[in-house]
Design a binder for this molecule. Sequence first.
Ligand code: GDP
Ligand code: IMO
Ligand code: MG
Length: 430
Amino acid sequence: MPSFGLIGIQWGDEGKGKIVDLLSEKADVIVRFQGGANAGHTIVVNGRRIVLHLIPSGILHEGKYCVIGNGVVLDPEVFEHEITQLKSEGYLKDDSKLLVSATAHIIMPYHKKLDMLRESKGKGKIGTTGRGIGPAYEDKMGRIGIRVVDLLNRKVFEEKVRQNLEIKNFIIRGYYGEEGFKAEDIIEYYDRFRNVLEKYVSDTVEFLQKCVAQGKCILFEGAQGTHLDIDHGTYPFVTSSNTVAGNIMSGTGIPPFAVQGIIGVCKAYTTRVGEGPFPTELKDEIGEIIRERGKEYGATTGRPRRCGWFDAVSAKRAIAINGIKQICLTKLDVLDEFEKIKICTGYRVGDKEYSSPPLDTELYWKCVPVYEEVKGWKTKTTGITDFRKLPGAAKDYIKRLETILGVRVSIISTGPDRAETIVRDSFFKK
Ligand code: GDP
Ligand code: IMO
Ligand code: MG
C-alpha cells in the first residue's frame, strides 16, 4: 500500500485533522513529524468533537499505530492530558499502539515562559500560540535541548536542566525582570512525566523502517501549513519548524522513496491566525460572515481567525514546494450563501503584478489581490457526500480551482463530521 504525506497549503487550520482521521481508516500507521502542541486538529465523529494537539489524528481508529516522530517538540503536560482525555472517551485501549520517539525534544516550562514574555514584552510580536515552540526549537538547534531519552535518565535530565537554567534565568530575570525558575522544582515536577512517557517511548526510526519494509501504509500528518514554514513561509511570521513535505524524512528517519505522494489540504477560502501578511484578508462584513459560518476560532488558543477569499497565488507556491497533485478542499459549505465568490489569481503592488508571493515580507504586506469573480451557488451543500449532487456553480468553482492550481480536487469536505465528505478518488489503490 502506498504511503502519503498530508500537508496544509495555506496558513494552517485547513482541516488536516478531519482528513487524516478520514484516511486513517485505510492506513496502518499515522505519524506526526514536526511542530508540537501549537497544532489544533479537530475531528468530529457522529457529532462528538475532539481536538488533538500532539497525538496523531489517526488515534480514533482502533488498531492503528500512531507515532510522534523525532521532529516533534513534545509538551509532556499536553501529552498526559491528551492520553487522559482519549482514554476517558473510550479511545486508546491499547497503549502499545502509541509510540513516542526517544529523540523528540521536550518542551520545558521556561520555553513557554520565554515564548509568552517575548510576545508580551518584546518588539515584533508574531502572535504565537504561546506553547513554547520557538524557544524549544532554538534549543534543539543550539544543541542544548532536552530530549525524551534525556528525561528518562534522571541524572542526565538534572544536569541539562541546571545547565539550561543558568542562561534562561539570566534572560528571564535580567532582561525581562521576571521571576526565574528553581531547578529543583522543574526536576521534581518532571518526575511524573518520566512515568507517564516511559511506556510509549521507543526507537520510532527502527519501527517505521520495519513498516516501510513490510509495505505498510503510513500517513504523515502535517501540522501548521506551508506558509508558516520556517524557510518557505512569510518569515518572520511563521512557526519554528519546517512544515513542508521535505521535512517528513528528517522528522521521522524514513527515506524519501518511502513516501509515494503528498496530498494538499486547503479550505475553499483562506484563514490565518496570528500576525503576518495576508493579501486576501477581508476586514469587512464578508470576512465576518465567513468567520461565523466557518466557526473560525482557533482550536488551540480560541483566537478569532482572520478570514479571506481563496488565495491561489500562495496555494500554487505551496503545491509546487510539496509536489502536490491532489488536494482535499474543505469547508465548501461555508461559502453556501454568497452571491459572488472571489479567487485571488495575482498580487499587485502599484503597477507591478506578481504571480507568486514576494520573498520580501515588506513587499508582501503591500500586496493587493487581483481577483477573478465566480458565481455563488446559494444552495445548502452541508453534508453532501456525492459530487453529482453538488449545485452546478459549486462544481464550477471546484473545476475552476483545479484549472488555476493544476491539481485534482480528490476530496471535498462539506461539514466538520467524518461522514460529511465527498470522496472522488481513492488514494489507496495498489
Ligand atoms: P487543522 O488544524 O488543519 O486540523 O484544522 P482545525 O481543526 O484547526 O480547523 C478546521 C475547523 O473546521 C475544525 O473546527 C473542523 O471541525 C472544521 N471543519 C473541517 N472541515 C469542515 C467542513 O467541510 N465544513 C465545516 N463547516 N467545518 C469543517
Ligand atoms: P494547525 O496544525 C494555525 C501560527 C501562530 C503564529 C505562528 C507562530 O492547527 O494548522 P508558534 O506557536 O508556532 O510559534 O506560532 O504560527 N500557528 C498556527 N496557525 N494553525 C496551526 O496549527 C498553527 N500553529 C502555529 O498563530 O502565527
Ligand atoms: Mg488547527
